[in-house]
Design a protein around this ligand. Structure first.
Ligand SMILES: [Zn+2]
Length: 170
């Protein structure tokens, strides 16, 4: 297991040895998450298992698990969202092109030296798993009452307008 997450790993070499890497990453160390979370104190647990499939494609079984604090799109208060994602990544290199990759694999592009960092892999997976619109459950969201109130006011509006009109005539 690499002690430094920004250290490069070679998936092909790890697949030959059928290696598995398990570890944790602090959320505040993932640069591309900046601006998305309301709280960066948490950490993420991951597991990466490397092997070759029957077609000799290098695959990575990736599992991530964390809890993110996102902004509820209804009340704009923090909402904790459990993230659990399991995916099969297919390594794309000079011998395997993206188009030829089996549909169930998410493509992973290695850099020129045929390596990638654990951090990059995990960061990409996490970004793909973040919901576009995070919401509290209806019974826990402070935005529900506000919405109800706004709806109620909207219904009363014609009468309020009428009252103002009558008042103006006085
Ligand atoms: Zn809410």
């Amino acid at each position: 297991m690499p002690s430094d997450l920004s250290q490069s790993i070679n998936p092909l070499r790890l697949a030959k040895a059928r290696e598995r890497i398990v570890g944790e990453i602090q959320l505040n160390s993932l640069a591309r998450l900046k601006g998305i979370l309301l709280d960066y104190k948490g950490k993420l647990e991951y597991s990466l298992a490397f092997e070759f499939d029957a077609e000799e494609v290098c695959i990575i079984e990736c599992a991530i698990e964390t809890e993110l604090v996102l902004e509820c799109q209804r009340c704009f208060k923090p909402v904790e969202v459990d993230i659990r994602k399991n995916s099969l990544l297919g390594v794309v290199d000079e011998s395997v092109e993206i188009d030829s990759l089996a549909k169930e694999y998410e493509p992973v592009q290695l850099d020129e030296d045929g390596v990638i960092t654990v951090e990059e892999l995990i960061e990409e997976e996490l970004l793909l798993s973040i919901p576009l619109s995070a919401l509290h459950p209806v019974d826990k969201c402070e935005g529900i009452n506000d919405l109800d109130r706004i709806n109620a006011e909207a219904k009363l509006q014609p009468f309020a307008g009428l009252a103002a009109l009558i008042k103006d005539k006085d």
